[in-house]
Design a protein around this ligand. Sequence first.
Ligand code: PMP
Length: 360
Amino acid sequence: MARVYNFSAGPSMLPESVLNRAAAELLDYDASGQSVMEMSHRSKVYEEIIFSAQKLFREVMAIPANYKVLFMQGGASLQFAGIPLNLMNGSNKADYVVSGQFSTKAFKEAQKYGDAKCVATSKEQNFSVIPALDPTSFTPDADYLHICHNNTIYGTKFAELPETGSVPLVADISSSFLSEPMDISKFGVLYGGAQKNVAPAGLTVVIVREDLLGNARKDTPDVMNWKSVADNDSMLNTPPCWSIYVCKLVLEWIQTLGGLDAMKEHNAHKCKLLYDYLDKSEMFSNPVDPKYRSMMNVTFVASNDDLNATFVKEAAAASFVNLKGHRSVGGMRASIYNAMPVEGVEALVQFMAEFERKYS
Ligand code: PMP
């Protein structure tokens, strides 16, 4: 069996031990005589899976007792609407930091529901930085302030969180989920699609402070109403059963490795290998202000477009796949989520150095 090093931005690599365990249990989960894919979500055996996944989330992310963990569907994109539906219920105003393509989408979606304002953007810098924030420009009576914690396409991440006082901070953590410890108490809501660091596609996780539940707009669909989902233990309707099961295996894998502190160390080491090489390379470079560099998505360009195309092609032939940058920025991007082993990054750096020698 030949597995490649997969640098996809999502869906992306899962830990091999998790895939092996899922394969071993595929036909007969825990002597139930059924696959998890076939089980009733109302059965005892499945309830145990979903409740342990929620419990593990709490343990691994150190989620305080006054927060709910919701398993939903529709991706982070559906939550772009879910956030205003559930939270734009006071002043009907919300602030958005626009630091990339997904925060742009979130901002546009919110404008459908109320008075959403962009309080800072780095659009002019082609999103190569996180914009400077001036808290005096924030709306004092906003229902929330939204950020995208890690910008998957541009390879940037917030170095520090905005000070929002009593205004709840809402963060899209799709591409930084479970990559390092986070102080959950600084947030009103954290949310993200699972398909990068958490599980296969199909699961969307929302972590919400309890006092923010119960005031959704009247026209909110029930499956989008966080309170209804919370009151029904994320089983208001059929949950993404398989994805939640693999999420449980991924969380167990993280725990075995030493939790999020260990993940941070592992991820910081991997991205340093790449950034250090990029900073000394004469062919490749990374356009991001070092202060805002992402640990998960490392973008880079070669000295010209022909070299970019040749690099992506030769890298794929050498089993380094999905390195092409997002179509809106070009160049390359190596997404190095938790499951990417250090050897994968070491091998990539070595391949880049050889490519540089060959073409300079
Ligand atoms: N936010 C971020 C930061 C993302 O990277 C993505 C997807 N790549 C999305 C939102 C959209 O997520 P989904 O496809 O789960 O709707």
